[in-house]
Design a binder for this molecule. Sequence first.
Ligand SMILES: Cc1cc2nc3c(=O)[nH]c(=O)nc-3n(C[C@H](O)[C@H](O)[C@H](O)COP(=O)(O)OP(=O)(O)OC[C@H]3O[C@@H](n4cnc5c(N)ncnc54)[C@H](O)[C@@H]3O)c2cc1C
Length: 305
Amino acid sequence: MTDPDLAAVRQWVQIDAAGFPSIPSPVLTTGQGTPYLRAPGVVLIAQPRVHLSGIADFLHGFDPQLEFAQYLQDPTELPSGAQLCKTAGQLCYASFTPRRTWNAEANRYFQNLKASGHGSVLEHASYSFLLYGISRSVTHELVRHRAGCAYSQISQRYVSGKVLRFVERPEYVEDPELHAWFERRIDAAAADYAALTEALAARQKSGVELLNAEARTDLRKKVQQAARSLLPNETEAPMVMTANARAWRHIIEMRANPHAEVEIRALALRVYLCLAAVDPFLFGDYRLVRLSDGTLGVETEHPKV
Ligand SMILES: Cc1cc2nc3c(=O)[nH]c(=O)nc-3n(C[C@H](O)[C@H](O)[C@H](O)COP(=O)(O)OP(=O)(O)OC[C@H]3O[C@@H](n4cnc5c(N)ncnc54)[C@H](O)[C@@H]3O)c2cc1C
């Protein structure tokens, strides 16, 4: 990677004392106080925790001449995801003897694995992110990824207008007219939402059947599930997303890609940067590339692992 701008992009990643990366996204407000964000915020909140000493009994149960027991004495520590996938992969061939690929050669091990397309081994390591500063249109695209993925997204039926935020598209940011238009639009959406929930709550009190419910929470839901109909695609829709390393690789390749939409590309790029920081063995084969529209994508020699 020679382009200094590309090198600087990796500095977006902040790694906390526990070794968890994130790329934050600041919150801005309009003159009327409507909150909005301009970029995806990504925070790794869970990653594998590997504890191999428990397999000692299993290793000791084989012919001592095979020397399986010394498998646990590998002096090179790997990131937890890489260690998990490597041990899982080595189990397939009972590669526990001193002639196995040691952790010091993990890079070669994973290069071979990726080159041969043995991606199922990568499914053992899962990573969970909080994703925010992302619009409802992006999340609608993201949740199309099913294999190896889990989602928990903010419920527009449950939460009130107090947590309503919006996402400004990059096309508007530098254009004073489009930016002012965006701010007017989200101020109006927030005000309309507040007025509509009030009007619906008034109808609920007056006994409109469709808005009726037994429980207090359900009463609120009946109002909010109707009021959300006016919210635009640029409403923020945060989620916690978990996927295994193979699924993340697929998503990064499909979405940090010139054919992908620009907002989901920005999200996939940030997820990639965090994953590459936390586990270079599983995600270090990607290269950052500058695309013709000035945004960034990634490429690899080993797609579709
Ligand atoms: C640039 C771009 C444009 C798009 N445009 C549109 C569009 O116009 N309209 C639209 O509806 N969608 C569109 N999509 C969404 C796309 O069709 C997929 O639904 C989405 O990318 C999820 O990817 P995936 O199918 O690989 O699923 P994932 O769930 O990510 O699956 C990963 C892989 O697992 C395998 N797999 C998963 N599920 C199954 C299954 N049920 N059966 C067999 N194999 C399976 C496949 O090999 C698949 O590639 C677009 C996506 C991109 C990236």
